[in-house]
Design a protein around this ligand. Structure first.
Ligand code: ATR
Length: 270
């Protein structure tokens, strides 16, 4: 028997935690599989995906900067098409999926939060924001996007409005926007190592709010520290990373992976 190979393609990709979480799951389940990070330059995307396919790889994750380009080279499902990005490829049938939005939704559900009829403030309007906003509005939340570049916020809100209730704004008067929100989700790179800034501070928050940061380096970002000291519920980036990964794993293998094992491996690695 030969090991089945899985991997993530991206640039940069060396610091990805995906190999750690997937290999931990394969080991726990006794599956003869291995997951590796592959550095793939933009000009070589087609060759890399087709190479993996014909070498008999089981599946791929796709990360920056390839998530949008992959959409155009394989058959993506409706959710990935609506989001405009693919993060998971099933190489057996060359189908593309996006598990980021559902990973965010699972992170909230597993903390006892149903987003239906909630007011969600999404910080950022980039690739990660698209998946998160899509998952929130299609599950009944009303979303306000607050982004540094207000035009991107307005454009994304206009696009996402075909799926639900979305407003687009800039970062001005953030205090007021936070005040009327039940859930605040950071999808920007603010707070990512070595940057220690935060868009939200303690004095803007209440204990009945949920603060969710997609950044996981460091695990406890300044935003989450502020939220914790305000008594708010905090959800960190590893929670999300593991859940989008678990959904990819299920797509490739048909097997439900052990979330606790994946989560422990990621937390130990950081
Ligand atoms: P990703 O795919 O991870 O979402 P991205 O598409 O490059 O990455 O998006 C990065 C997001 O972080 C953007 O919303 C960006 O704001 P702009 O649209 O104004 O560029 C946001 N961002 C990055 N650095 C920021 C900073 N210092 N302050 C506020 N927002 C920032």
């Amino acid at each position: 028997m030969m090991k089945t190979i899985y991997g993530v393609i991206g640039d940069p990709v060396a610091h990805s935690l995906s190999p750690i979480i997937h290999n931990a799951a394969f080991e726990a389940l006794g599956m003869d599989c291995i997951y590796h990070a592959f550095l793939v330059k933009s000009g070589h995307l087609h060759e890399a995906v087709n190479g993996a396919r014909y070498l008999g790889f089981g599946g791929l994750n796709v990360t920056i900067p390839h998530k949008e380009a992959v959409l155009r080279m394989i058959e993506a499902d409706d959710m990935a098409q609506d989001i405009g990005a693919v993060n998971t490829i099933d190489l057996k049938n060359m189908r593309g999926y996006n598990t980021d939005g559902l990973g965010a939704l699972d992170s909230l559900h597993d903390n006892g939060i149903d987003v239906a009829n909630k007011r969600v403030l999404v910080l950022g309007a980039g690739g990660a924001a698209r998946a998160v906003i899509y998952a929130m509005v299609t599950n009944g939340a009303a979303v306000t996007i607050a982004n540094r570049t207000e035009e991107k916020s307005a454009d994304l809100a206009a696009y996402m409005r075909s799926f639900g209730t979305v407003f687009g704004t800039g970062l001005d008067e953030l205090r007021k926007k936070v005040e009327i929100s039940d859930i605040i989700i950071n999808t920007t790179s603010v707070g990512m190592h070595p940057n220690t800034d935060t868009l939200i501070t303690r004095d803007m928050l209440r204990s009945d709010q949920v603060v969710f940061d997609l950044v996981y380096r460091p695990l406890e970002t300044q935003m989450l520290k502020e939220a914790r000291s305000a008594g708010a519920m905090v959800i960190d980036g590893i929670t999300m990373l593991v859940r989008q990964g678990a959904r990819s794993f299920k797509i490739w293998t048909g097997v439900e992976p052990p979330l606790d094992v994946m989560e422990r491996s990621a937390r130990n690695a950081l």
